[in-house]
Ligand binder design. Structure first.
Ligand SMILES: Nc1nc2c(c(=O)[nH]1)N[C@H]1C(S)=C(S)[C@@H](COP(=O)(O)O)O[C@H]1N2
Ligand SMILES: [Mo]
Length: 335
């Protein structure tokens, strides 16, 4: 019997299992039924050579195993979002190719993100709410019914991934905040702590990272608040312990490591718009026909493959979200 990752012996079975198994759930279920789960896992293991891959999986699993919400995983799959129409991106690939400028302005921040202190963590709800409050992250997460959704993720830099997220609808977070009827936008902020995150010493960036959506966008069923990836609490580099994912928008809208949620009637200035207003706007909806000023958005590189595929309007989610933008043709919807 082959056990691939002996260093993770102390982890629950689902965390010691190679993620390739995840990609092949039906096989896994059959394996369990046949009483041969380990054999099934070994058969589909792609990490043959790479010790480096083991190191990555060890990191993400160790972070998951130390997370106080581990018992909530894996969460039930929301059948409406069980399949993103493309294969799920390999977890090692996904865990080692991240944008998280707080830890460096390049993709290889997964080791530096070890320094992210995911507990204690609190989220403040303020602005146009019935009552301002600061809530401990574990209280917040446990107040929600977690579910899993597989979503496409398209960065403005023209690469894409497919990720099994765990979390809860953005709308549930907004309801939790108890907004006043006058609120028109939901604004999110990441932590601001240069001692923990050296990128934040780079003073030319407008820290803290800030993003926002309209109330109508926040209430659309697609908007998702993420707590986990690949069936377990997410690793730091994904933006633990709480991040946003808006699959129809360019990835920079999907703010990581949220500490503040503000309800307001003023359209917020966001991190990238403040930095380079000619290249990044508030709406940032995916559109293959509207080029970035410095490159085309017509196609995207699918990470973990050699494929370059056509990009779709609203990243393929037009049916759910196009209606949000009717009558707004004069706005910069696609930048
Ligand atoms: N706080 C914060 N959130 C962030 C970023 C960041 O640098 N800091 N980068 C954004 C960008 S450009 C992308 S593409 C996604 C990347 O998410 P991933 O690393 O999970 O793929 O996070 C977004 N959220
Ligand atoms: Mo991005």
């Amino acid at each position: 019997m082959l056990i691939k990752a002996p260093r993770t012996w102390e982890l629950p079975e689902r965390l010691a299992t190679p993620e390739s198994v995840y990609l092949n759930r039906r096989e896994l279920a059959k394996g369990i039924a046949a009483g041969s789960i380990i054999a099934g896992a070994a058969a589909s293991m792609p990490f043959g050579s790479a010790q480096a891959d083991d190191e990555v999986i060890e990191q993400v699993n160790a972070q998951a195993a130390g997370d106080p919400t581990l018992d909530l995983y894996p969460a039930p799959v929301n059948a409406a979002y069980a399949d993103a129409g493309r294969p799920v991106t390999d977890e090692v690939e996904n865990s080692t190719y991240n944008n998280f400028y707080e830890f460096g302005s390049h993709k290889q921040i997964w080791q530096r993100a070890e320094d992210l202190q995911r507990r204690p963590w609190a989220v403040t709800f303020d602005g146009m709410v019935e009552e301002e409050m600061t809530v401990d992250i574990d209280t917040l997460i446990r107040a929600m019914a977690l579910e899993e959704r597989v979503y496409r993720h398209r960065c403005v830099e023209a690469w894409s991934m497919v990720i099994p997220w765990t979390g809860f609808p953005l709308k549930a977070l907004v309801d939790y905040a108890r907004p006043l009827g006058s609120a028109k936008y939901v604004v999110f902020q990441t932590f601001d702590d240069p001692d923990m995150a050296p990128g934040q010493s780079q003073s030319w960036y407008p820290w803290p990272y800030t993003e926002g959506v309209t109330m109508a966008e926040a209430e659309n069923d697609l908007g998702f608040i993420v707590t986990g990836t690949y069936g377990k609490p997410m690793a730091n580099q994904f933006g633990a312990p709480l991040r946003l994912h808006l699959p129809w928008k360019y990835g920079f809208k999907s703010i990581k490591s949220i500490v503040r949620v503000t309800l307001t009637d003023e359209k917020p200035m966001t991190f990238w718009e403040e930095l380079v207003p000619s290249e990044y706007g508030f709406w940032a909806n995916v559109n293959p026909e509207v080029s970035h000023p410095r490159w085309s958005q017509a196609t995207e590189r699918v990470l973990g493959t050699n494929d370059r595929i056509p990009t779709e309007l609203y990243n393929g989610y037009a049916e759910q979200v196009a209606g949000l933008y009717e009558g707004m043709e004069d706005e910069r919807l696609y930048l």
